[in-house]
Design a protein around this ligand. Structure first.
Ligand SMILES: NC(=O)c1ccc[n+]([C@@H]2O[C@H](COP(=O)([O-])OP(=O)(O)OC[C@H]3O[C@@H](n4cnc5c(N)ncnc54)[C@H](O)[C@@H]3O)[C@@H](O)[C@H]2O)c1
Length: 352
């Protein structure tokens, strides 16, 4: 029997505490310590009987953990991750990989130079539904992918905006929420090569957008639209539709539609629509359910991270890969600002 891996957690806020709970529930790892300067985090650590540090560098030098989860605010991801790499400690960095693509390039160079394993927390890729959709589409279930519709429509509570940074550019649904959908779509459909976008702040009137509409072109030639709003009561978003996080009341509705030449698929409802016989708009359409296992992707992500630390598995989401998602998100911002078509590849080159 091998001894449990010792995992440090930098940043014990909302998501950091979920990581702590998951580590504590696992037999294969334990919480080495928490690093977070806040009084709340110190009290949380004391309540859990976990060693607390105000500074992650102290945690790294004192505890020498086997791995570190970086769940600090975005702007600190780079600094904390570079310190982990300098100590040879593999890291799981929450999404987005860094706050800017320029910062992500620095991180990527450090990963390449050091060979230290770094996994990025785009955890939805670990959801069996997303994996199944990716495989089925690659296997030709709906023929050649022609078009994709993505929706992230829901209402954030009004007091969510009591925090000043959430009312300012960068604190809105494009960087905070759309980044997940972009990552899902890249994972399932392949690279996004062209972006057009409009954003609006009409519903709330804050400096940050509350609504956005995107036009996307994929490298395969497929095209897509994604519509986002955090100011509308609606079930068509991954949180409510997938049921992967019990905090959100589940709704049996899709948030993605994938259209192909042989059929179409709604996700995560997993309904396949196709013609059993002759095809064409007068012919009867058949609806079949595609099975996918239910599994908390954060649990699977932790299992995978332990395997990455042990070098049994390569990171499912590398820094380089996560940079592709961040490049599209930055392209959305530029496309909305300039009213032009923006190529994520060019955004990536400019950041290099
Ligand atoms: N995967 C997901 O679905 C998901 C969900 C929520 C948040 N996130 C990501 O996780 C990160 C944290 O988000 P959150 O919502 O938990 O934020 P949060 O504000 O609730 O928590 C951040 C914590 O980091 C602490 N912190 C600040 N400076 C620090 C430092 N120098 N060293 C260590 N800790 C420090 C804060 O005191 C706070 O406790 C962000 O990158 C966010 O994008 C991911």
């Amino acid at each position: 029997m091998t001894s449990p891996l010792r995992i440090g957690v930098a940043g014990a806020g909302m998501i950091g505490r979920r990581h702590v709970d998951l580590i504590e529930a696992s037999q294969d790892c334990l919480v080495a310590a928490i690093a977070d300067p806040s009084d709340d985090a110190r009290a949380f650590a004391a309540a859990h009987g976990i060693t607390w540090y105000s500074d992650h560098r102290e945690l790294l030098s004192q505890e020498k953990p086997d791995g570190m989860i970086v769940a600090t605010p975005n702007a600190l991801h780079l600094a904390v991750a570079l310190d982990c790499i300098a100590q040879g400690v593999p890291a799981l960095i929450e999404k987005p990989v860094t706050d800017t693509l320029v910062a992500a390039q620095r991180l990527q160079r450090a990963v390449q130079r050091s060979g230290v394993a770094v996994l990025v927390g785009h955890h939805r890729r670990h959801n069996p539904i997303i994996k199944e959709v990716r495989e089925q589409i690659a296997d030709g279930l709906i023929g050649q992918l022609t078009a994709v519709v993505g929706l992230w429509l829901l209402k954030k509570p009004d007091d969510y905006f009591d925090v000043a940074w959430r009312r300012e550019p960068g604190g809105g649904p494009v960087l905070i929420n759309l980044v997940h959908d972009i990552d899902n779509l890249r994972f399932i459909c392949g690279e996004i090569v062209e972006v057009q976008a409009l954003t609006s702040n009409q519903a709330r009137g804050f400096a940050v957008e509350d609504t956005a509409a995107l036009l996307l072109k994929f490298a395969s030639g497929a095209i897509g639209t994604v519509t986002v709003s955090d100011a509308t009561p609606a079930p068509w978003n991954w949180e409510l539709a997938s049921g992967e996080n019990a905090a959100y009341p589940r709704q049996d509705q899709p948030c993605y539609l994938f259209a192909g030449t042989k059929g179409s698929l709604s996700v995560p409802t997993m309904q396949l629509w196709s013609y059993p016989g002759d095809s064409g708009w007068y012919a009867p359409l058949a609806r079949t359910e595609i099975a996918a296992a239910a599994l908390d992707p954060l649990v699977e992500q932790l299992r995978h991270f332990l395997a990455v630390i042990a070098r049994r598995e390569a990171p499912l989401v590398s820094v380089q890969d996560a940079m592709g998602t961040l490049a599209v998100v930055e392209a959305v911002g530029e496309a909305a600002r300039t009213g032009t078509r923006v190529l994520p590849d060019q955004i990536m080159e400019q950041a290099a």
